[in-house]
Design a protein around this ligand. Structure first.
Ligand SMILES: [Zn+2]
Length: 432
């Protein structure tokens, strides 16, 4: 088994908690008084750094929302008030992809960039990567933090990193083949898109020696039908990873693949709360991930409401790591859920049903709501030589059985639906 930091990853829960509280203390001392955003929040809540003695005291600190960070940015343009050091201390700028509103700008110091790399080192080593691998990163290196940090992680574990930006899918496939890439980091959507591009161009995927795909940026590697489809297309294993620009790279799937992702507990403290009552939920129950990062002193988030829904599992893992896990990875976003005819629907649940139908190449889901009623429309694009009636029946039956809903299914011609390279948007909600 490959580890990034064997001692830390296999230490006892008691040692992990001690490490977390030590790092938290150190961070609070550095930011209180220097970081305008958090100093104001702590003062308003009437809590001082001395009040936090153990992990159990963490709930004394106020929660942080993305809206607050965005507001802090608007108040003091361009970087906001959640900065601990003078601007000259920062060496990297990134911003969120802006899929859910105003892009949030984030800054990193050389130390916090090193921390990002350490977290990605856990992700890559977790998937078993070593200095003997060749990691292909087909990503256009814009302001979105995405796989920038993967590059730093690859440097830390001494893996050969092959940048794959600035070229089309076929050129990327050729480069992977020529250089003998053994692993690739991309979104699940793009893993499927690359395989589709190979098929369209009759490109021989057999010559690619890829063994591992580390997938991030959106759900997919944790959606069983999507994962199975990617693994079949590439004849390689998929590893799930989750993170966010404002939080860091926080969880990864290990080689034992217990059906979830490990949280890098040496760099983060996680809590799981009921998103409505904000009370802690028992282990194993679904709730909102509240996360505190411990190594990004220049741009910290403390008790941050991620909006992601997770289930915490602290059972031992066959890989030997003691880091707790998110069962099934990040299950979805609290604000992604829609109600159709009284039934709660998450996009990933519908995706899992649609992808199980082998004939489906691409799809789009539109939920329209009209007062309490609602309609689930699914457009399907099928691969060549598929039987449209069979595909329609398969998806309809799956949705009826699993979600107790009768979907409205339309088969559209091949090439009609949009293709995506980064975060896909296949789920749409229309309020009528
Ligand atoms: Zn494990």
């Amino acid at each position: 088994m490959i580890y990034f930091d064997h001692l830390v990853e296999t230490s006892s829960r008691k040692s992990l908690c001690s490490l977390q509280i030590e790092k938290l203390h150190s961070m609070l001392q550095k930011i209180n008084g220097s970081n305008r955003f958090y100093t104001k929040k702590f003062d308003a809540a009437g809590v001082g750094t001395k009040d936090i003695r153990t992990i159990q005291d963490l709930p004394l600190l106020p929660l942080t929302t993305k809206a607050e960070l965005v507001q802090a940015q608007k108040d003091v343009l361009p970087f906001g008030t959640n900065t601990t050091f003078p601007e000259s201390a920062y060496s990297r700028f990134h911003q969120t992809s802006g899929t859910t509103g105003t892009p949030l700008r984030v800054l990193d110091t050389p130390e916090s960039w090193d921390w990002w790399g350490r977290c990605w080192g856990h992700v890559l080593a977790g998937a078993g990567l070593t200095e003997n691998d060749r990691l292909f990163v087909p990503f256009s290196f814009g302001p979105f933090i995405g796989f920038w940090a993967a590059v730093e992680g690859a440097r830390q574990i001494k893996t050969l990193m092959i940048p794959g930006g600035g070229r089309d899918s076929l050129q990327r496939l050729s480069l992977m083949k020529e250089l003998g890439a053994t692993a690739m980091c991309c979104t699940p959507t793009y893993a499927l898109r690359l395989a589709e591009a190979a098929e369209e161009a009759d490109f021989d995927m057999g010559g690619i020696t890829l063994q591992k795909l580390i997938l991030a940026g959106e759900p997919g590697a944790n959606v069983p039908a999507t994962k199975a489809r990617i693994e079949a297309a590439w004849q390689a294993k998929c590893y799930d990873h989750a993170g966010a620009s404002e939080v860091g790279a926080h969880s990864f799937e290990c080689e034992s693949q217990p059906g979830g992702t490990h949280i890098i507990e040496s760099e983060f403290i996680v809590e799981v709360l009921n998103p409505e009552t904000l009370e802690a939920v028992p282990a194993g129950e679904r709730g909102e991930l509240i996360i505190t990062n411990l190594g990004r002193i220049g741009y910290p988030v403390i008790r941050y409401r991620s909006g992601d829904l997770v289930r915490l599992n602290q059972e031992p893992c066959a890989c030997g790591r003691t880091f707790a896990r998110f069962e099934g990875g990040v299950l979805g976003r609290a604000d992604d859920m829609v109600v159709v005819r009284g039934i709660n629907i998450f996009p990933s649940a519908v995706e899992n049903l649609v992808r199980r139908c082998e004939e489906v190449e691409e799809f789009r889901i539109t939920v329209s709501t009209e007062r309490e009623m609602g309609n689930l429309a699914i457009e399907l694009e099928l691969n060549n030589n598929s039987n449209p009636d069979k595909a329609r029946n398969t998806v309809e039956q799956a949705v009826r059985n699993d979600l107790s809903l009768r979907p409205e299914i339309t088969i559209v011609p091949y090439g009609t639906l949009p293709r995506f390279e980064m975060k896909a948007k296949r789920f749409h909600v229309k309020n009528i």
